[in-house]
Design a protein around this ligand. Sequence first.
Ligand SMILES: *Cc1c(COP(=O)(O)O)cnc(C)c1O
Length: 439
Amino acid sequence: MARETNEKGSDSGNTTPRRRAKADIREVGGRRLQPSTLMMGHGYDPMLSEGALKPPIFLTSTFVFESAAAGKRHFEGVTGKRPGGAEGLVYSRFNGPNQEILEDRLGIWEDAEEALSFSSGMSAIATVMLASVRPGDTIIHSSPLYAATETLIGKILGRFGVHWLDFPAGATRAEIDAVMMRAASGRVAMIYLESPANPTNALVDVEAVRASRDATFPAEARPPIIIDNTFLGPLWQKPLIHGADMVIYSLTKYAGGHSDLVAGGAVGSKAVIDPVRAMRNTIGTILDPHSAWMLLRSLETLELRMTRAGENAAKVCAWLRDHPKVERLNYLGFLDEGSRQADIFNRHCTGAGSTFSLYLKGGEREAFAFLDALKIAKLAVSLGGTETLASHPAAMTHLSVPDARKAALDIGDNLVRISIGVEDAGDLIADFEQALDMV
Ligand SMILES: *Cc1c(COP(=O)(O)O)cnc(C)c1O
C-alpha cells in the first residue's frame, strides 16, 4: 500500500482514485468490453498491491490519511458537507478496497452509475427503506414479496407509521394505475417491486409501473421504482433499462452462487444511491472484506454458472413436465404464448432462470416422500448455488403464511421448490426419476 501515495486524489466521486487510474479499461480497439471479460480485472490495479494478480483482503478497521488536510476533505465527503462522497478510504464502516472493487464490478452488469454492497440482501433492503421513509408515507409494492421484506414493510416500518398498498405481481396497467391513484393522495416513499416473485415466479411489468408512476405523479414528486432482481439478475433481467431507478440483490443467491456466503447489493444512478450510502455509513450495513473478496471470485464465473444452470433447468423441466406423477410446473420457460406473463417475459427477460415450482399429484405426503428420496439434490432452502436444492415452501419458508394467503399464492402442500445447479443434467434427471418412483 506504500505506493498509493504516487497517485494524488482527484474529484472522481466515490470510487477512490487510488485504484481507478489504471484499472478502468472499458474498451479495446473501439470494442466495448462485455461484463464477463470485465469481471477478471475491472476496478483493481495489481501494481498498487505488490503486483498481486488477485486483490489482497484488506483486514483493517481504519485508513491512514496522507495529511490532516486530506483527512478533512475525506470527512467533508463522508458527512455530505461536500457533494460526491469520500475521495479516499477513511474507516471500514464506510468503505474498503475489496468492497469498492466489488461495487465497481457489480455496477458493470447493468451499466449502473453506482453500486453498494451490504452484509445481506435484507440489510440492503432495510438500508434502502430507512434512507427514504418518513412517518405517514406509503410504500407501494408488488405482491408477493420475499417473506422478510413483507415483515419489514408491514410489521417493522408499520410501527413507525409507514403504510403500504400493493398490487399483484402480474397486474395490468389499469390495476397498477388504480393503486397509484389511491396512494397519490399522500407522500409515497417508493414503489417497491420483486420480479419474479418468490415463490410464484410471477413477473411484474416494470415498463407499465414506470408509465403509471410518470402519469400519476408530477415530476417533482415521483417516488423511485426499486426492484428486487435476485431471481433473474444480473444476467437475464436488467430492470434499469425498463424503467427501474434502483435494483436490489440478495448476492447470497446467484451472484455468490456457491451457497457459502450471505451478502446484498444495490445498483442505480448516483442520485438514488447517494442517500442510501449515507444511511449505510451511519448504521454500518456494509459487507465485510472477506465476503467481498469471495464475491469477486464468484462474479468471474457468474455468466458461466448461470448459463449452465439455466440450460440444466430447461432440460430437467422438459423431462419433468411429462412425468405421470407431476401435476404441473411453474417454470418461466413454459409460459403460455399470448398470455400477459409471456408478454412481460418477452419484453423484460433474456432467460427463464433455474428456480421453479414443481406441483406433484397428491399433497404433503407425496411431496415429502419425493424430497426425502432425492440423492443428488439437497433438501435446503435458498437458491442460485452450484448445487441443486429442493424445499417445501408450505412447511418451511412460508409456514407462517395464513392458509387463505397460501391458497391465493398457490403455495399448496404438493408444491416443491427447486433451484437447479450446474451438475450434469442427465444425472439430475436420473435423481428426479428415482425420487418420483418412491412417491
Ligand atoms: C434471499 C432473498 C432475499 C434476502 O436475502 P438475504 O441475503 O438472505 O438477506 C431477498 N429477496 C429475495 C428475492 C431473496 O430470494
